[in-house]
Design a protein around this ligand. Structure first.
Ligand code: FUL
Ligand code: CA
Length: 824
């Protein structure tokens, strides 16, 4: 019991430390020199005078872009023929009439959709007026391939107008998705009057190129081209943008020019310059008193909203809202070029970019963009939360697709999920602990020592007020004292992007009391519109945020916050959802029958704290120390530290033959799963751990305790496939095979999207009672474009009751690009 006494004693010491320090720091407005030698300035120590604001960058967001970054959330609505035909791309409609492919009978319910989105905090709705199939959901004068040619409302229906009316009523911003790739219209591609194609694809030095057919040059191709698609698209843009019944009060803030195109389709260059002029004519700066340009997605050097590089809803951790545009660059589309620096599925932007491009992360609430019978289950709140933190929390906006079904309604399960998501965002950020009455905020330095730039500006809820440092001071810190130890797991930091995005390094630290060493919560490079630092649940009193900028600039922050996320928005821990977690501090109550917990048998077990440990605590001991664990279930895992100085442990379960585990590793890693038992009889068990030749660090145990139903996962965490290949992946069941269990295996995009794999192949995985293995199919497509190797993921979802999904719940599939010589 000696070690227990030691721990208690240490705890008491720690507590007295907190008390003395708080009594000391709680009063007085004098600049305080901390134990680190920093003189922290509070608002009260600053003078009332005015000072000169810092110099703003030259690359800035315009009003629409600024608003979009602050809005954070936009919704996508994919609705069209694909909704009725269980497909994502309408490449196979052939000569089918509008009525055959678009079978809407009931009145489209735009109101419920828009209201639900609005209440959940979404600020914009982008609608697919025309998807790749070319079918128009508005009554178009430029084609008969539209809603007016169907029985919907006896040919008097206009879904885009109906959605626009609902958006106008709710004052919801609107975006227009008008697919440049048009599978149906005969003007698409270069064809003469008789329909003969005037452009062919040739291979030159291993790359594909589109060139005029023999005997023609480009000028002649354009001359002979019977119908100019660019003109057709321009007419469609004009129809919509010039008509006040479309848009929010007649206005669109974004036009989405999807770059997707099937690899087998006709070659067509897009005249972005012309289209841009049309868009500006109706929606641009100055039109109807507008203060900013209509934002453009996917339009070469005109791009002001950029694709994040994948369809997962994730931005790279360090994301810049700037790209390098070259209006005179030699692009194909009469619109120069743009580089947003794509790195393995993320456009990371650039610190030195010359054009603001809002990083927009598009994603789906279901597995498809379009509704279908097999793809109508919404993602979990937790998955949506991860998207939010990885998009909005990394300086991007989240564009989430909500698909109406074949009755023109969004299904209740999806609407409910949207609402739940919105509530979790609201509740997570409801209480800023830094604004508590007992809390205080100070800065390492303040520009001009005037209140205009005071640290308190970052907790006033306003984007136009900010804290900043004197010229020449490229690094600054904010010290937040919560007034007492508080529980939190999110720290939010916003750069005042009206000055540009320039912070290129940040660090967030915390400590238990008001003295002593700082522990790192998060660090990285960019802040931008919003940086959400997320960690395991922490208990601390002080938080220090340090930001720095390059030569000639000063950091400017507009808001910061300290929050405790809702349960569903908490960061995933190493503990697999569904398993029991027994923390190392859960001591066995020996007087209770069937009790579970750890019990020290011998040696000194030293307790440590830290967000890096599973459950926030860990204990370590030197050789020959011993402890036991009593648990209930069918399989156990031990979590703890791997370290170059650590050694072996001997583990015995229920007195059976012991196994030896080595916890030595080249690099120190905490919160690791370093022991896994075999399958056990479902019931009570005792594990004994003896430290052998070096220290052992243990955080706790994870147990499969679901009546022997066990856990399923993919056999491997990654696979490599060729194009146009179908393969079986194996699903393994551990920790018991009691009863029938089911799940779904669903593909999800990475930088590979529709054209590269079968998005419709969603397999039901069934393991009967007693079965421990199953297979499911994954299928790649032939994509004749030179794309380089691409990847997507397959994910196990929708487990039957009590079944645990774990280990490899997701696997990454790399598709070897045949055009890059990667195929076999
Ligand atoms: C992609 C398209 O191919 C999908 O169908 C969807 O519209 C998505 C938003 O963009 O490129
Ligand atoms: Ca502010």
């Amino acid at each position: 019991m000696y070690e227990k006494y030691l721990n208690k004693k240490r705890l008491i010491l720690l507590l007295t430390g907190v008390i003395t320090a708080s009594a000391f720091s709680g009063t007085g407005s004098m600049a305080q020199v901390s134990d680190e030698g920093v003189s922290w300035l509070s608002d009260m120590e600053l003078s009332q005078g005015e000072g000169a604001p810092p110099q703003a960058d030259t690359v800035l967001p315009d009003d629409n872009q600024y608003k979009y970054q602050k809005d954070e959330l936009a919704a996508f609505c994919h609705f069209g023929p694909n909704t009725f035909n269980e497909v994502e791309w309408g490449e196979a409609y052939g000569d089918k009439s509008p009525n055959e492919i678009f079978r809407l009978k009931d009145s489209f319910d735009a109101k419920t959709l828009v209201q639900t989105l609005k209440e959940a905090g979404f600020k914009k709705l982008i609608v697919t007026a025309k998807h790749h199939d070319g079918f128009c959901i508005w009554a178009s004068d430029s084609t008969t391939y539209d809603v007016a040619a169907t029985d919907y409302k006896n040919g008097n229906g206009d879904v885009l107008a109906e959605i626009s009316a609902a958006c106008t009523e709710a004052n919801m911003d609107m975006g227009l998705y008008l697919s440049p790739w048009d599978i149906h219209d005969s003007s698409y591609g270069y064809k003469d009057q008789n329909g003969n194609v005037l452009v062919k694809t040739v291979e030159r030095n291993g790359t594909k190129e589109n060139v005029p057919i023999d005997g023609l040059n480009w000028e002649q191709v354009r001359e002979r081209d019977a119908k100019d698609y660019n003109e057709f698209y321009n007419t469609q843009l004009t129809e919509i943008l010039s008509n006040d019944k479309y848009g929010n009060n007649g206005k669109f803030v974004e036009v989405w020019m999807d770059g997707a195109k099937g690899s087998g389709s006709n070659y067509q260059e897009y005249d972005f310059k012309k289209w841009f002029e049309t868009i500006q004519k109706y929606e641009g700066k100055g039109v109807g008193g507008r203060t900013a340009n209509c934002m453009l997605f996917g339009a070469d050097s005109y791009t002001t909203v950029r694709w994040i590089g994948n369809e997962k809803g994730y931005a790279a951790k360090n994301t810049w809202a700037k790209s390098t545009a070259d209006p005179n660059g030699s692009g194909k589309n009469n619109a120069g070029t743009i580089n947003s620096y794509n790195q393995d599925g993320f456009t990371v932007g650039s610190e030195t970019g010359n054009q603001w491009t809002v990083p927009e992360a598009d994603a789906r609430i279901t597995s498809g963009w379009f509704w279908g019978n097999n793809k109508k289950t919404p993602k979990t709140v937790k998955e949506l939360g991860d998207m939010y933190f990885n998009s909005v929390g990394n300086n991007a906006t989240l564009l989430l697709n909500i698909p109406p079904n074949d009755k023109g309604k969004v299904e209740p399960a999806i609407l409910e999920r949207v609402t739940e998501f919105g509530e979790n965002v609201k509740n997570t950020f409801k209480t800023n602990l830094a604004k508590d009455e007992a809390a205080s905020i100070k800065a390492s330095s303040v520009r001009g020592n005037v209140r205009q730039f005071k640290p308190g500006n970052v907790i006033d809820g306003r984007d136009d007020t900010y804290w900043t440092t004197p010229d020449g001071t490229r690094e600054g810190s904010l010290l937040i004292d919560l007034g007492a130890e508080k529980t939190f797991d999110v720290v939010s930091v916003e750069e005042a992007i009206q000055f540009g995005q320039r912070i290129n390094s940040y660090r967030v630290e915390y400590r238990k009391g008001t003295r002593g060493p700082w522990m790192l919560m998060d660090s990285g490079q960019t802040i931008g519109a919003k940086r959400l630092c997320r960690s395991d649940v922490l208990k601390a009193r002080q938080i220090k945020i340090t930001v720095s900028t390059p030569e000639g600039k000063v950091p400017v922050l507009s808001e910061v916050g300290v929050y405790k996320a809702t349960r569903e928005f908490e960061k995933e821990t190493v503990v697999t959802a569904g398993m029991d977690f027994i923390d190392i501090t859960d001591e066995l109550e020996t007087d209770k029958a069937d009790a579970i917990g750890f019990q020290v048998q011998s040696g000194t077990w030293t307790q440590e704290y830290g967000s890096n440990f599973a459950g926030g605590t860990s204990k370590w001991a030197n050789p020959s120390a011993k402890l036991t664990l009593k648990f209930h279930g069918s399989k156990v895992y031990l979590l703890g530290t791997l370290d170059p100085g650590h050694g072996k442990a001997e583990i015995q379960i229920d007195g059976k033959a012991p196994v030896t585990v080595n916890t030595r590793s080249e690099k120190r890693k905490t919160g690791q799963r370093w022991f896994e038992s075999g399958d056990l009889e479902d019931g009570n068990h005792t594990l004994t751990l003896t430290v052998k030749d070096g220290p052992i660090g243990i955080d706790g145990a994870m147990v499969i305790n679901n009546g022997g139903k066990g856990m399923i996962g993919l056999e491997q965490s990654s696979y490599t496939m060729n194009e146009d290949e179908t393969r079986d992946v194996k699903i393994i069941r551990v920790g018991g095979t009691t009863g029938k269990v089911t799940a779904k295996l669903e593909p999800n995009p990475g930088n590979a999207v529709q054209g590269s794999y079968n998005t419709e192949l969603i397999t039901k995985v069934v393991l009967e009672d007693g079965e421990s293995e199953a297979t499911a199919q994954v299928q790649t497509k032939r994509n004749t474009d030179k794309t380089g190797n691409e990847w997507f993921t397959v994910e196990l979802t929708e487990p039957s009751e009590d079944l645990i999904l774990g280990l490899n719940q997701t696997a990454k599939i790399t598709i070897k690009d045949m055009e890059s010589g990667g195929g076999e």
